[in-house]
Write a protein that binds this ligand. Sequence first.
Ligand code: SF4
Length: 444
Amino acid sequence: MALTGVEIFKLLPKTNCKKCGFPTCLAFAMKLAQRQASLDLCPDVSEEARQKLGEASAPPVRPITFGTGDKAVKMGEETVLFRHDKRFVNPCAFALEIKDTGDDINSRIEEVMNSEIERVGQKLRVDAIALMNDSNDAGKFETAAKIIAQKAPDVPVIICSGNPLAAEAAVKLFADKKPIIYGANLENAETMANVAKTYKTTLGVTANNIDELSSLTEKIKSFGVQDMVIDSGARKAKEILQDNTFIRRAAVKKNFKPLGYPVITFAQREDSLMEALLGTIGVAKYSSIIVLSSIEKWKNLALFTLRQNLYTDPQVPMQVEQKIYKIGEPSPTSPLLITTNFSLTYFIVSGEVENSKVPSYLAVMDSEGLSVLTAWAAGKFTAAKIAQFIKDSGVENTVSHRELIIPGYVAILSGSIEDKLEGWKVTVGPREANGIPAFLRSKS
Ligand code: SF4
């Protein structure tokens, strides 16, 4: 049962020393009760109190990591239902299913390995492989697992089998790679729990409904397994939305421990568009792992973009450093463009300049992470500020010409920039970034 703020306060040192960053112990206790602060911030809390408070300050969704190294996937730790309350913590992972009956195991591994793209400065990829024991044969499963272990040694793996013998045959191959064994159910719970305990892995638990799931996780916990990912059995869009919302709400609002685990969603469909739609429900509504049957580039891009947008901090605009960026190998006569430091703006504009194959300088001005029009409307991308930035940047020593290309959306600023930036000519560029390549080529 979660402790109230006052109950937590009684266990704190009550010296109001402020070392935790809060003005009083009571204020800190209230934040702890809301799970918006970590107990570690108070250096003076006693060991006895720490134990009692451990549960109260633990995140309602258990933190779990699977895989190791750079590609390890962190899950759980979520504390809110809505992103506007506080940012979501750990982005959901996408996993491609690979069937042990398939004759395309090698090519599907390659697809996962080659799925990485870069978007607004972040590397995005399909995170894991879900190996499915469709054959229900331990030998076949082990053979498929061997291929994955050999060809994709650093990709996190979910071993999906309800057959404890097959699960054990496969998990041995990934013993030091923190895989997930998925497939514990009412019938095999104890045996699967023993396999998970032996190999110190997270256990995926599946049930026919939420009631069954919550009693199953308690049962498995009593066998000594703490780390679980859970599946209510939902497969249709409506059920996934309903069950995932219920699970998150129970964990976050009621601190209901039997459902306080990351959720795994199986979204596989023959119709790839339908699968992408189910994937979007999982991304938006609380899945920590989404298993897909195919990873076409269009689908990846849609799901990656949605995930990236939902898991950024809404209170912190994504921005890049203010400076003069070189694109290609520009010379003193190369064009000089200017834009704002909103990440998306920067990456789109710099990408289009690159596409033009015209080496250029791109002056990126601090607009507190706002896009061009918003920054202009907010008075952060004005003629005076642009002129000052160009003077301060030292670009006058870098380029031999005096021509500045401004975004078409702020054409209205051209005259006043020229007034403030003596000796410079201001040229109005395209309104949309996709017009930049033709524009730059026409000038060179
Ligand atoms: Fe109270 Fe600990 Fe914060 Fe000091 S650091 S104000 S003792 S909660």
